[in-house]
Design a protein around this ligand. Structure first.
Ligand code: XMP
Length: 509
């Protein structure tokens, strides 16, 4: 494995992604990590990440200098390189001006890192301070117009430094450099596959849980489903899943979950039907935040009541992912308490004195999908688009009633069917319908109609922070509109939402 010391760069997750794309396992750890712990982890190599600080700042992050005596190859990137240079006796000069953007790297000496890079290549710079003198034993291997020491190495100790960022797309040969570090310098093997990971995970879960009982809240989403399958493989019937049917899911979703997880995989699931509870609490409520609060509270009550029936349960499993973990560990401090309030059960562990099991906490979303596939889940389960916890409630503008839910469910099912068969489902971040609290006049046959309007929303996005409305083909939009109006009683008009986020949001409420 490769250890990445997190000095706070915004690109750290990318370094981890690149390493894992090479099928090498890696972990991001805070610089406060103890030397003894590093020894115990026994990494093949260490990457010192970039970071926003200057090594001259008093509070700049530092890792124990003993890492340079462990005999482990080290790659310092940007701030990481400067830290290494300063720690080993070289000179870093404070500069007032930041160098930011593209630069041409001229390779002086290929060494192992630049073996396949050629003599010149583009690289991405983002630094304030510069190295003016490398430590004894180091050789300058690359420079740019503004940075005379852009790359350096100490071949004997296997220390490498890059002033630029090899992990970003703007450094096209960066992946080659990282690959050379992993395989030529660190001699890593390509052993990180989902199969090997799931095996390790299963062993770990067995060791953590033993013969005790585990509860898991199933939402119908990818993460909790994959976590359920994995934990089930590890402890079988000692896992009990709870699925709270709030009546706010899409058409047939609860059924599909039942079929896949309960019938096909024989996972122990308790289906709690609480539709009526949710609907009656939502009656007449129009404010989106109020809707969310009501749903959160009822979910928690129902879940807790069901969980208490499982006698002797000591663990609560959650599908927390790596980005959540990284976000909640500060670059300078170290991991803080990592409890994401998945499906609003955040308070439950303390209340019921449960310990957490989080088997996906080192995975990125697409890795969870790969794991799901490796565990035998269908494409439909694994590639499900994100779906908000409050479900269709926040897609029915105004008050939620069962008739309105029924209309939206039918509309949404047609929309998804068309999006899927046109091959757009995976390409879109989300695609869904919104039922408006408006009526408009239409004509059907020879009759005047006065019916509901639905809006179709389809967006592309990387992380939901920003989103663009999808430029779906007119033919597809036409088919969607035609089918909805013809097949769903109560709808006579379809509009397409052409707003991006920001300034709009993805959901309408
Ligand atoms: P917005 O509408 O803020 O949505 O652009 C960003 C992403 O978050 C999802 N979303 C929610 N997910 N509970 C959830 O679990 C919520 O209350 C909620 N509101 C929005 C939304 O579907 C999109 O993916």
């Amino acid at each position: 494995m490769i250890l990445i010391i997190d000095f706070g760069s915004q690109f750290n997750q990318l370094i981890a992604r690149r390493v894992r794309e090479c099928k090498v396992y890696c972990q991001i750890v805070p610089p406060t990590i103890k030397l003894a712990e590093i020894r115990k982890l026994n990494p093949e190599g260490i990457i010192l990440s970039g970071g926003p600080a200057s090594i001259y700042e008093k509070k700049s992050p530092k890792v124990h200098k003993g890492i340079f005596k462990l005999g482990i190859p080290i790659l310092g990137i940007c701030y990481g390189m400067q830290f290494m240079v300063a720690a080993l006796g070289g000179k870093v000069q404070k500069s007032r001006k930041r160098e930011y953007g593209f630069a041409e790297l001229k390779v002086k000496s290929a060494g192992q890192l630049f073996k396949t890079v050629g003599r010149r290549t583009q690289c991405w710079m983002s630094h304030g301070d510069s190295i003016t003198k490398p430590p004894a034993g180091f050789k300058i291997t690359g420079y740019t117009a503004n940075t005379p020491i852009a790359a350096a190495m100490d071949l004997k100790n296997k220390f490498y430094g890059l002033q630029f960022h090899p992990e970003v797309e703007h450094t096209p040969k960066g992946k080659d450099m990282l690959r050379s570090f992993l395989f030529d310098v660190c001699k890593c093997s390509k052993s990180w596959t989902m199969k090997s990971f799931s095996q390790e995970c299963i062993t770990e879960i067995q060791a953590q849980v033993g013969r005790k009982k585990v509860i898991l809240g199933l939402s119908g989403g990818v993460d909790s489903s994959v976590a359920a399958v994995l934990i089930h493989k590890a402890i079988g019937r000692h896992l009990t899943c709870i699925f709270v049917d709030n009546g706010l899911l899409r058409k047939d979703e609860a059924l599909q979950l039942k079929k896949t997880l309960k019938e096909n995989l024989n996972i122990n699931i308790r289906f709690v039907s609480a539709k009526r509870k949710f609907l009656s609490a939502l009656a007449g409520v129009t404010d989106p935040e109020k809707k969310r609060k009501i749903i959160g509270k009822i979910f928690m009550d129902v879940f807790e009541a069901e969980a208490r029936k499982i006698k002797g349960a000591e663990f609560l499993a959650q599908g927390t992912l790596y980005p959540d973990v990284i976000e909640s560990q500060s670059a300078f401090g170290g991991p803080t308490a990592v409890i994401k309030s998945h499906h609003n059960v955040g308070g439950l562990p303390r209340k019921m004195k449960l310990k957490l099991v989080e088997p996906l906490k080192y995975l990125f979303k697409d890795e969870v999908r790969q794991l799901g596939k490796a565990l035998g889940l269908s494409d439909q389960m694994v590639w499900r688009q994100p779906f908000p916890g409050p479900g269709l409630t926040i897609r029915i503008i105004g008050s939620v009633q069962s008739r309105r839910l029924a209309i939206l469910r039918e509309v949404d099912a047609i929309l998804l069917e068309e999006i899927r068969s046109a091959g757009y489902y995976r390409r879109l971040w989300q695609s869904f319908a919104v039922l408006l609290p408006l009526k408009s006049v239409g004509i059907m046959g020879d009759h005047r109609t006065y019916e509901n309007i639905v809006a179709v929303r389809a967006v592309t996005s990387k992380d939901a922070m920003t989103a663009d409305w999808a430029k779906l083909p007119h033919k597809l939009l036409g088919r969607i509109s035609n089918r909805i109006i013809n097949e769903v009683k109560g709808v006579n008009r379809v509009v397409y939402d052409i707003s991006s986020k920001p300034p709009s949001t993805i959901e309408w409420e």
